[in-house]
Design a protein around this ligand. Sequence first.
Ligand SMILES: *Cc1c(COP(=O)(O)O)cnc(C)c1O
Length: 461
Amino acid sequence: MAEEHIPYKIYLSENELPEAWYNVRAEMKNKPAPLLNPGTHKPLSFEELRPVFCDELIKQELNDTDAYIPIPEEIRDFYRMYRPSPLVRAYCLEKKLGTPAKIYYKFEGNNTSGSHKLNSAIAQAYYAKKQGLKGVTTETGAGQWGTALSMACSYFGLDCQVYMVKVSYEQKPFRREVMRTYGASVTPSPSETTAVGRKILAEFPGTGGSLGCAISEAVEAATTQQGYRYVLGSVLSQVLLHQTVIGLETMAAMDKYGIKPDVIIGCAGGGSNLGGLISPFMGRKLRGEADYQFIAVEPASCPSFTRGKFVYDFCDTGHVCPLAKMYTLGSEFIPSPHHAGGLRYHGMSSILSQLYDDKLIEARTAEQTAVFKAAQDFARVEGILPAPESSHAIKVALDEALKCKETGEAKTILFGLTGTGYFDMYAYKAYNDGTMSDYIPTDEDLERGFAGIPRFPGNMM
Ligand SMILES: *Cc1c(COP(=O)(O)O)cnc(C)c1O
């Protein structure tokens, strides 16, 4: 289609909402390694996972054979409130940069939770409700996942208990109030309400908490209350599956206008938005139908892909969760307190880890002041105030567009704009005041994290 016919925003109609999620594992030659029981080091069965997770979600977690998994109509009805999300051609940004590249971004910030996390929250709440549960427990770091889950739970009338990393609980009181408005209860973690929380507090009094620690508390809360299960907003394969709605919509919109992306970029925390965006395109690549360059962007302060080890590791500090094979910095790794940009998880999706190990995707790091500079450049021309997490993808999209300016190549660049940054104004303030610093962990810092990786036969490093 002629260039002038491509609108600023490509909206699909409601009828074009995907009818099934796409499960890329079905087409991967090397499947992601199975979750292991941390005690026996044997693959976990459906029965073993049942006390912790919802039945239907376990089936999705273990399913690496069905390429398409139908999206229940009740979930599609909820999606209709804020989806399909727009695919935006960044004409203003291109002009400002003076690049021949064509830049597109898929914007997931158009809902109250302010991020893509709602796509999986509503699916997880739906399956919990369908199973007849009373409620769910979870952890939240920056707060986006807790917000999304509280919205989803209130829609289905489920109780929602959120363990929020203590530093964020204190720094982001408004996030907390959004969750409470949707009926969730929010507890700063570590807390006295769980045995694992009390143990961590006794060992590290005054700690600000971490994601790994909040996960342990939420799992304990789920397994000690009748009618509760634990849900997670990233990392797991089921979450990545739900997020493929992002990539499926993007692919449909691009196909409609005959656009083929050359480079696809996403930020990577636990890997769910990136995995969701790239999965359908990866499917085409795996089938030999098309080729794309995929780039994961992570913070230089939490470099799981670029400096981590590809081994089985604990998913949480309390070691109550299954072991996952992934790129990891060790479950005891905690990024510098000066790191403000999210994406702090020590591990990575096992699907993306396998794809990265197979050299099907690349990874780059970005330092936080450069990330906030990119966020500011973007906000000033495109209007949207991006989340710091999303801005990692913006940074690399800008780098790629500027490379095109040098070489004269008119590449088509696509990136995921996962959310808005209105609750991150302390971080923006630090950037604007010039007090933000870049801390990159030393090899010694990383060794301390690696020391916590479990050692057992077959898990050699
Ligand atoms: C949670 C979050 C991320 C990172 O999580 P992934 O699972 O890696 O996608 C990125 N952007 C925003 C806005 C988030 O809320």
